[in-house]
Design a protein around this ligand. Sequence first.
Ligand SMILES: Cc1cc2nc3c(=O)[nH]c(=O)nc-3n(C[C@H](O)[C@H](O)[C@H](O)COP(=O)(O)O)c2cc1C
Length: 340
Amino acid sequence: MTLPSLRFGSKMARYCIVQGGMSIRISLSRLAAAVANAGGVGTIGGMGMPPEELRQEIRAARSMSRGVIGVNLMYAGTIFDHLLETCIEELVDFVAIGAGFARAPFKKLAQFGIPSLCIISSEKAARIAARTEGITGVVVESGQAGGHLGPENPNISTWELFPGVLKALREHGFIGPVIAAGGILHRSDVDRALRMGADGVQMGIRFAMTEESSASPQMKQAWQRATGSQVEDWSPTGMASRAIVPHTDERLPRITQDGVRCTTCLKFCRHRNDPAVSHCISTALTRSQRGDVANGLVFTGPRVGEIFDIVPVAEVFRRLLTPAGQTGSARVGRPLVTPP
Ligand SMILES: Cc1cc2nc3c(=O)[nH]c(=O)nc-3n(C[C@H](O)[C@H](O)[C@H](O)COP(=O)(O)O)c2cc1C
């Protein structure tokens, strides 16, 4: 099967492979541009950075690639509106919005002719998204994804979640592309998602574990050593999340006294409201991104144990473009874990 292309407004990505946005500073311009240059869709993770830094990342990515490059924003972020404004000013190719929902941002993006992706994890959200003006495409993200999780059942797989959400979207009149995300690593997964009716796939951890990703070498090593991930429920966002090591709340960094990081963090944070409750998620993620994995958080989905190597993005695409069953997509080393 030849991989289909994916249209974003006036631009076309040669392959229907979307690199998921990864905050905090994991997917920056270098990764997004490399993915776009390989024919996929590159995404800068915008959460956790001030608007001017995001602007510089967008411009840097543009200087490296003429492919499709967008920005991922979390609606739950305190400065979401400012970051959205920056995306509009820079006329990015698309904006993907997750972690919370409002209709207004999609309408606004449409007014400026900017395509948008709405990230959802339930049939209920599908019915709302289908009726929301301006949404160009939908990403259906399962409990097999890394980071914060949307599904009610955080263990639900893409194969279990996707068909019902796709059906709900189509029954309620949504005609745009629907993209499957969570636990998609290999060409065989991509083919399986396409057979289920997906128009494309979004992949996170496979791209986090590349040379172009901005995670620290220590974080990349932690992913390489990991055999899986577990669901945690102590995130101050109130959402379940997946991380590779059993962090205890005590080990995680507490919020700084001056609260400086909160200006680019979450609108609602249980920890900010009551510092006795939990840790600062932004500090924990930033520590790992910078190399202090022992005191930080390492997000990933449960299939991380199937990726053994840190390779250039071009090599990821070479493997993905090799039809399943042929040697080019083979992995070396430990045996494969069969997806549920
Ligand atoms: C380290 C990490 C950080 C992530 N950060 C974000 C984020 O900021 N916003 C978001 O919508 N999704 C985020 N995600 C989810 C990815 O964009 C993607 O949808 C998901 O990882 C797909 O699952 P996979 O990793 O199994 O391929 C993150 C994932 C990882 C692994």
